[in-house]
Design a protein around this ligand. Structure first.
Ligand SMILES: C[S@@+](CC[C@H](N)C(=O)[O-])C[C@H]1O[C@@H](n2cnc3c(N)ncnc32)[C@H](O)[C@@H]1O
Length: 464
């Protein structure tokens, strides 16, 4: 038996993995926000904004959300060495890889079987991150590296100005994964014309030939103007003769204005199912960094966040990867672009942010979106009028702490309800305290219950 050598990225500290406690999330209702009234029947209220470190937050989400998230978009610090106003973007390469690996492993568990992960990154770490993601997701689940043209002009400080970021796309399971098609752009729509007043409406046309020589596609075609055509050299007609006749009867072939040109097939705007995306995303289609900055200025009255992504970029990602009602997660939320776009597109969302801008940027931004007071970004294009809401959570402290004698004891910050919820989580139960039976704090199946108490239990109680 031959053993294939295992090719993998190594780095100092790769073997070290954090031991993670699945913390509970504590809502602070004073920071949550809900629209005062329903705008549509589909308004989404149960979105989550979590303030805290995303490693612990992802772990906290695991029990409830494993296998349930349709699309995870992350825009992690690129590790460029820059010190931005809201976060530092430079740690040792090996530390960055370790941080990303730990998060990617949790992210994979949260993804639905048909879900996908999208990561924006630049040349500093992209190629290492690709190999790391191959290790976590499996090479066969790599879909594409999208190139996003993030700038409008080259950076004169560099020998070759970098015009693009990478967007690495991984499927959780390539066999179950598919993407939506994109709607047509205005330019693409304008290419459809109706020179013959076709009742099926405007159309564009494509050549009615195919490459190669297929005997049943080599017939003669006589145009309405009486010219006889054979397929061009080393090509055949696009379809067999019976299909050609059907197209002709249905007026789906175009022989030019004088009815004497070679046949072309009409493709109607009314029958168009959208276009498949490709891996080159221009700034005219999905925006650029300056556009994102402008959006921040419109929202906050000043350029208060260094590294936002443009709304149109997130719109493209969510258009391809999700449908209305799907759950979207961003665990490096920044100024909250992903949640804002998800809300405007009718997707459920969870965002995690560690920095204070969770309060100074994300909360006010999403409030504006919910209250219909954010006219910028994609609002007009999607006809967003406001509605829905979100709940704000922070991570509970660790369940155990050391007392003054060095013994592990239950953290004093835990009250009885928190303790019950935390133990449910640790033991794999769903926290659902019964309103009628005191001994039910949570359940695993319909017959297994959990009750949490700090009392000493006697024989009788245990038997009961
Ligand atoms: C590049 S920014 C994301 C920008 C975002 N896409 C936007 O449009 O505004 C990266 C963000 O990740 C956050 N971050 C970094 N490490 C984190 C961690 N361990 N947990 C949670 N957030 C983190 C940073 O504070 C920063 O806001």
């Amino acid at each position: 038996m031959t053993v294939k050598p295992k090719l993998e990225l190594t780095w100092i500290g790769k073997e070290t993995r954090p031991r993670l406690e699945p913390r509970i999330l504590i809502e602070d209702p004073t920071k949550s926000h809900h629209a005062t009234h329903r705008v549509t029947e589909d308004d989404l209220f149960d979105n989550k904004l979590i303030f805290g470190d995303n490693l612990l937050a992802l772990k906290a989400l695991e029990a409830e959300y494993a296998g349930k998230v349709k699309c995870i978009f992350i825009d992690p610090p690129y590790n460029t060495g820059s010190a931005f106003a809201h976060y530092d973007d430079g740690v040792e390469h090996s530390i960055w890889l370790g941080l990303m690996r730990d998060r990617l492993e949790l992210i994979k568990r949260l993804l639905a079987d048909d879900g996908s992960l999208w990561i924006t990154i630049d040349d500093n770490e992209c190629h290492y991150l690709k190999v790391l993601c191959d290790e976590v997701f499996g090479r066969k689940n790599f879909v594409v590296n999208v190139l996003w043209q993030k700038r409008t002009s080259p950076d004169a400080r560099l020998p070759i100005g970098d015009a693009h970021d990478h967007i690495l796309l991984y499927a959780n399971n390539r066999e179950k994964f598919s993407l939506n098609k994109l709607g047509l752009t205005d330019d693409q729509r304008n290419a459809f014309k109706n020179p013959d007043n076709d009742p099926k409406g405007p159309w564009t046309s494509t050549d009615f030939t195919a490459q190669g020589w297929r005997p049943n596609q080599m017939y003669k075609i006589t145009s309405p103007g009486g010219i006889v055509y054979e397929p061009p050299q080393s090509r055949c007609w696009a379809n067999i003769e019976s299909e050609y006749r059907r197209l002709r009867i249905e007026n789906r072939l175009w022989f030019g204005k004088d009815s004497s040109a070679r046949p072309r097939v009409k493709n109607y705007l009314s029958e168009h199912e959208g276009v498949r995306a490709w891996s080159w995303w221009t700034n005219s289609e999905v925006g650029h960094n300056q556009e994102a900055k402008k959006e921040i200025i419109e929202l906050f009255g000043a350029d208060t966040f260094d590294t936002p992504k443009p709304e149109r970029l997130l719109y493209r990602v969510l258009q391809l990867a999700t449908n209305p009602g799907d759950l979207v997660l961003d665990s490096f939320a920044g100024s909250g672009t992903t949640g804002a776009i998800a809300q405007k597109m009718g997707r459920r969302w969870i965002m995690v942010e560690l920095g204070e801008h969770c309060h100074t940027h994300i909360i006010p931004r999403i409030k504006k979106v919910i209250d219909g007071q954010d006219p910028g970004g994609i609002t007009e294009a999607v006809g967003w009028k406001g509605g829905g809401g979100f709940r704000y959570y922070k991570l509970a402290p660790s369940l155990l702490e050391k007392d003054k004698w060095g013994n592990w004891v239950i953290n004093k910050e835990y009250n009885a309800a928190m303790l019950a919820e935390a133990l449910c989580k640790l033991e794999g139960f769903t926290y659902a305290p019964s309103e009628t039976e005191y001994y039910i704090h949570g359940h695993s199946t319909e017959t297994d219950y959990i009750w949490v108490t700090t009392q000493n239990l006697g024989h009788e109680q245990l038997a009961a």
